[in-house]
Unconditional design. Sequence first.
Length: 313
Amino acid sequence: MKKTRALAIAMTVILAAAAVPAVSAASDRLVVTQATNSSAPAASASQTTSSSSITAADIMSLDDAMAVALEEVPGVLKSIELDVEDFRSVDYQAEVHYNGLEYDLEFSVTDGTIYRNTQDRIENEDAIPAGSYITFAKARDAALKEVGGGIVSKLELKDSYNLGVVYEAEVWYGDYEYDVVIGADDGKILRNNYERDGDAAYYNQYLSGSPVSTTPSAPTTPTTSNPSTSTGAGTSSNSSGTQITREQAEQLALSQVSDGIITDIDYDRERGRTVYEIEVRSGSWEYTFDIDASTGEIVKTERDYEDDWYDFD
């Protein structure tokens, strides 16, 4: 299961000329072109901000965080992230592409002091293809609408092998982290899954100032629902096609295993289909059930022998 952390922003920058990726804001589109600019300044000493002394009200806005990164390195913002380190410190981290180099920045969440600025050449697989994309702000809004609330803790523009250019957003909502993939061309939601996350829980409990004690039973109902295709034994408890809740999916999984204990649950939305993936332990056996969120049908079942009961990783 995945684990990451993140932050959302709006992008409006104009750069010119020809040689490395640069960005311009044409109306409501993010236009990545090729541009030449002078090299950026480098580095200061690495530090972090103790999270014990701040709340969300002390953390600078997303727009301000973006401005700090682009003032330090006036290139193409590839990603921005609110990073919680070992539940003790918090900072912003950003990646900016500029003049053929990748700049990795770390800076204060309260005043924008740059702690770290390191450079390396941009690898081909990390390059942002030239094109016209929705803005960071629109991608952020799409992710929040899909989840139904929370904060975007990470947002990255990247070239995905099988989905094209996408924004990958991580949203903290309650004690859960939602991973949402958004098409950079049209803003469509391509994937959405979630899992319990320590950083999300930490933010919710200690930093947010207005904790959300619970997460919705399920994220927002998908805009499309494909008929289920069963690849394993299962029972449909919801023939009407209405979205089932997380609790209903858990009960379905537990009904398949005697004396089972749920050890993990993910909610995944990919290519128009939404599935709960639930892991259940019973003795030395681990069961994985994929349950169609639209019909309640168990569409896939796996069983593995595990002799390390106390190791759920």
